[in-house]
Design a protein around this ligand. Structure first.
Ligand code: BES
Ligand code: ZN
Ligand code: MN
Length: 503
């Protein structure tokens, strides 16, 4: 099963100036105010949605209790004057002064999720923000079903919406926005697919092959180090974590050479994290299929930078390993030598992410990038500190703040966290240069970042994103996010890369 390479990821997206005759559902936006709900936008599309049709719709929607609250859904039969349309779905946008791109993305996503089994949807949300509406529909309609067979395969009324037409006021309106939204949403879906592919099917060698296949198709330079090359190169962190598994580790390096400025992306690719000899409890261990979400995001973002043709060079360095307990696994107390020579005492084999990332960060530094961004489902402490939807952003002060700000601008909620210097001494080891964990659990997310900081070359602007919670949704669907892989932080990464390219 090659879920990543060959399936169609989401609905067809197209712009349209007219509402076609076979429209199943027209999706409109509804803002809320003291005077009741209002259709938004109110200044566009008067030829297809005239004053009398709007008045009739508002009457009908009001009669069944529509208020325009954020993400509220109200479906009514299409007014007689609205030819070719079967029904109208009003999706709430909340207060008119708070309708930003993220609200439109979420509302479109909620609408898309409620429209399974629908062939053709037309929407006016494109009049508010075409790109955000397109991303929201595409990502809201995302499902992952390659492992559903026979009886459990989606029925026709459960299949995601097939085609979404975005209503536009003029022929050229939103052409570049749609192209970008389509590529961005596909990249997010690619990251989700990788995360959602079970660990039985996505192990280091397979992950490397799939990443290389996509990268070659996008015209990137690809290098894959297998276990022998890792041994020869001295990648002790990746080898140490991978050696408990019958499925050997890999290090994948993808380069999109688009310009003089250089950004390196590093992503944690633990295809499954049992904890190793410091084994995790059985409860919820299955969620550790998501422990390669950082890798998925940096691979998808690098492919996206290439597809967008950004004037910048992006190199992804992605260590991949399966953290298993076995007679060949590393032990608590073992000392390994990271790529570049630093020795580390492995106190806890479940703190494996930082070991594979350290090798990759040192390797990334050899390409002399001006910026290094690493992404990892690194610590449970991230969830304790910030919850399930807020990535922790650490690193060098200015760049950390810039990445966190951009992350919030794109609706991925990154929040800057400090690296208190007093925590560093807790990573001292009696036998090696460093210990992989502190002897206490305070500030676990920060302590992991301080470990990584030891491997970041002097003078490089660095950001570390801990997405342990945000990369994988174990709760119910919300907005444009279903259960499972979320694709966070692909949109942050591409926005940061674009921001650097535009400097
Ligand atoms: N992959 C986990 C972190 C994680 C936890 C991700 C929950 C997603 C959800 C990581 O490898 C890990 O096990 N971290 C340990 C570190 C500890 C041993 C210092 C943790 O957070 O408990
Ligand atoms: Zn892990
Ligand atoms: Mn772990």
């Amino acid at each position: 099963m090659t879920a990543v390479a060959d399936r169609s990821l989401g609905p067809e997206l197209a712009r349209t100036e007219t509402i076609g005759p076979d429209t199943d559902v027209l999706v409109i936006g509804l803002t809320s105010s003291e005077n009741g709900p209002a259709i938004a936008p109110d200044d566009l599309f008067s030829d297809v949605l005239g004053a009398d049709i709007r008045a009739e719709l508002l009457d009908q929607l009001g009669a069944v209790g529509a208020k325009g609250k954020p993400e509220e859904l109200t479906r009514v039969p299409a007014p007689a004057g609205l030819e070719g349309v079967t029904s109208v779905l009003a999706v709430g946008l909340g207060s008119p002064d708070k309708v930003d791109a993220e609200q439109i993305r979420r509302s479109a996503g909620v609408a898309a999720r409620s429209l399974s089994g629908t062939e053709l949807v037309v929407t006016t949300l494109s009049g508010l923000d075409l790109g955000a509406a397109a991303e929201g529909f595409y990502l809201g309609a995302y499902t992952f079903t390659p492992f559903k067979s026979g009886k459990s395969a989606p029925k026709s009324d459960e299949r995601p919406v097939v085609r979404v037409e975005l209503l536009v006021p003029e022929p050229e309106f939103g052409t570049t926005e749609l192209l970008r939204a389509q590529l961005v949403a596909e990249a997010v879906a690619t990251a989700r697919d990788f995360v959602n592919t079970p660990p039985s099917h996505l192990f280091p060698a397979e992950f490397a092959t799939r990443a290389a296949t996509l990268a070659e198709a996008a015209g990137l330079e690809v290098e894959v180090l297998d276990e022998n090359a890792l041994e020869a190169g001295g990648y002790g962190g990746v080898l140490g974590v991978g050696k408990g598994s019958s499925r050997p580790p890999r290090l994948v390096r993808l380069t999109y050479a688009g310009g003089d400025k250089k950004v390196a992306l590093v992503g944690k690719g633990v295809t499954f994290d049992t904890g190793g000899i410091s084994i995790k409890p059985a409860q919820n261990m299955e969620n550790m299929t998501s422990d390669m979400a950082g890798a998925a995001a940096v691979i998808a973002a690098t492919l996206l930078a290439a597809r967008l043709g950004l004037p910048i060079t992006v190199t992804a360095v992605v260590p991949m390993a399966e953290n298993m307990p076995s007679s060949t696994a590393q032990r608590p107390g073992d000392v390994l030598t990271q790529y570049g020579g630093t020795t580390v005492e492995v106190i806890n084999t479940d703190a494996e992410g930082r070991l594979i990332l350290a090798d990759a960060i040192v390797r990334a530094g050899e390409d002399s990038p001006e910026y290094i961004i690493d992404v990892a489902t690194l610590t449970g402490a991230q969830l304790v500190a910030l919850g399930t939807r807020t990535p922790g952003v650490m690193g060098t002060d200015d760049f950390r703040d810039r990445v966190a700000r951009i992350s919030r601008e794109v609706g991925e909620n990154g929040w800057a966290m400090p690296l208190p210097t007093e925590l560093r001494a807790d990573l001292n080891s009696k036998v090696a240069d460093l210990a992989n964990v502190a002897p206490h659990r305070w500030g676990g997310m920060l302590s992991a970042a301080l470990f990584l900081k030891e491997f970041v070359p002097e003078g490089v602007q660095w950001a570390h994103l801990d997405v342990a919670g945000p990369a994988y949704n174990t709760g119910g669907p919300f907005g444009y996010v279903g259960k499972g892989g979320t694709g966070v932080p692909v949109r942050t990464l591409i926005a940061v890369i674009e921001d650097i390219a535009a400097e």
